[in-house]
Ligand binder design. Sequence first.
Ligand SMILES: Cc1ncc(C[n+]2csc(CCOP(=O)(O)OP(=O)(O)O)c2C)c(N)n1
Ligand SMILES: [Mg+2]
Length: 819
Amino acid sequence: MPKSIILKPETLLAEDRIRFADIPVNTYSKTIEEERAVFAPQDFLAIWQDMAAIREFETILNDIKTKRVYKGVAYDHLGPAHLSIGQEASAVGMAFLLTADDHIYGSHRSHGEILAKGFSAVRKLDEQTLLDIMRTYLNGAILRPLEEGHHGSVRDLAVKFIIFGAFSELFAKETGFNRGMGGSMHAFFTPFGSYPNNAIVGGSGSIAPGAALFKRVNRKPGIIVCNIGDASFGCGPVWEGLTFASMDQYTTLWDTELGGGLPILFNCMNNQYGMGGQPLGETMGCRFIARIGAAVNPEQLHAERVNGYDPLAVVDAFRRKVTLLAEGKGPALLDTVTYRISGHSPSDASSYRTRDEIEQWQKADPILSFKDRLLGADVFSERALDEARSGIESVVLQMFRRAIDPQAAPRIALDSDLVGRVMFSNGTLERCDGRTPELLQDWSQNARVQQITGKVRTPQLDGKPVPKMKAFSVRDAIFEALAHRFSIDPTMVAFGEENRDWGGAFGVYRGLTEALPYHRLFNAPISEAGIVGAAVGYALEGGRAVAELMYADFMGRAGDEIFNQLAKWQAMSGGLLRLPVVLRISVGVKYGAQHSQDWSALVHHIPGLKVVYPVTPYDAKGMLNAALAGTDPVIFFESQRLYDSGEMFEEAGVPEGYYEVPLGEPSVKKVGNDLTIITFGPALYTAIAAARTLEAQYGLSAEVIDLRSASPLNVEPLVQSVKKTGKVLLACEAVERGCLMQSIAANLTQLAFDALDAPPVVVGSRNWITPAAELESMFFPQPEWLVDAIHERIVPLRNHRPSTNQTCGELARRLRLGI
Ligand SMILES: Cc1ncc(C[n+]2csc(CCOP(=O)(O)OP(=O)(O)O)c2C)c(N)n1
Ligand SMILES: [Mg+2]
């Protein structure tokens, strides 16, 4: 079904000019008197107090980092503290109107933002809801130490809760928002609408669009605010996030009932510096971050610059932007100008800026100038303001004391296995939401389903191998698992490059275009970081996402999103968030050096990812079913060599109905007694060919085990096999040096040492770039390489004449040369 937007030469080649609209710069000019029509006196007081609370929070941290003591209270904080002294008005102005349904994502410098967001939510939620949240969150672990001795209101208790939860999180205490597993740079509290803060500069830039996508697709109330620094606009993933968030299709191709453009506001906390690098005049050329909006879409992202030293100017801008987003006119961009008076971190000597510059911004202090304006308009007496300030400051100090008290705020025991337990959620989740899944047709009407119905699902047809065209293939198997879950989980979406009309890079999705509305299956920009980041954001909000990378070689483009985001947020949230994301990655062949490399070792090395590589239709369907019913991020490798392959092992064939193959269980594909060959990926078929030769020519019976899953991995069947045979060879198509088989081999050396007649031998691809298709057989392991390696390094084969050099001497030579 081709797209309905017809591209015409007479339009695209016609002469014209691109016109830009003016971008407002600090145009807010209302007086307090004028604002009194909008703000009640209590609102002004709340803004004043929230800013004061943040200043005190950050000042305490600054002092304990630099002097190890604050007002006589000593504490040694080992971890980081990126402070935002000077930025309080931008944080409070940002959060003031937002409700708990509006979610903010931030950066390493977000203490002020999570506090402000919490304070704002506390003012808007009713007391019973507040109590329920505090009592149930971590089973009341944060609330308990606060109840004793609290005589004020529920709201006052909730304010303490926010400050105590934040301090505790920074100090790695069990009473932290994330059980101390996140820390200063990552702390967040979702019930009040603050979502992961990212220590990777610009990290939220690619994640937050996925969160906004979740809101749109699942009709959830609220908007997403992506708070990122000025220097982060030099990061590729931020640009990819902007591109992803501003795709035309939300308004041109998606059902208008969904609400239009993504409800996301990119809010640049423009504090004028990276660490020491200065975007203005040094590391960037746009002068105004707001200018970037003009590059992104005709609406120029409704960008404007706002005075972030004035909380009311920021509230005013947010009011207008929130309205725009609610009308489906998002995304939007705010360039909120502020200044980091504090150093990048407390140890920063500010050698990159003059004392005079800092003093000028100190003179313009956002908190004091707000006070002057309130006094000038006679809203409150100076005494009332000072009392309010000292009142909240003493609460902050009290919560600091409580958070460093080991009785009130214990740290997890050093022998605790909590970190291990929160790495994976290991859940089963049929559907992430109760809505009826949206489908455009009944599956029985679907052409692809009809085509698959006639295919042969067993290894044999009338005693003969099934011809390719008739075989139920790996491609079909993946399709069936996806179709199943799309029919059950209304939140499930799939996106990536060329996913819709093209049918996914290798045709796996063919047929889904007819079955699914745009918002459940769509083409993303060529933005691997944007794609994986969006999948992460979508899942953090509570949905299930399937993202596709066309080639494993493109993982580098999404390196941070895979290694630091997808992998780590379950654990960094202290096990509070789930990440049901399947990242389908196709491993290439025939396309040379940059399109044909198996990078499974990279993800195997990263804690927090499940890594699988099924290579038969039976395993592909069963394992994808399991992955799509789970709650963890799964890297699902697929081989381009094998998409067309039919089932060769499962005698009963690939079931038409639903079944799961648990992730982590190796599969014995051929039983044998003399030697074990363990494989990962398409090397299974190479091993089977080698095993045939061993049997036919040398009378050796090889057992062939497909790992299927690299992590988790039940090694017991491997150990049992090695104990039986005493010999083991491991093969895969990744380059041999550092491939994941090396670590399995090392493990088996430990686990089955007594049973081994020879050390485990690993055969992978040559340690080269992948050469041209015509030369691939000298790069990827061939059956004879396996036989020769067995002969040279495990057991001599009678009368065998090796055709390749698999000796230890050759291994050492290659390693010495780095090839
Ligand atoms: C990807 C990445 N590169 C570099 C760093 C080191 N670093 C931490 S903060 C920072 C400056 C960030 O500046 P900006 O985005 O403006 O945020 P700010 O610190 O000013 O709040 C740098 C370079 C990092 N954490 N992540
Ligand atoms: Mg900055």
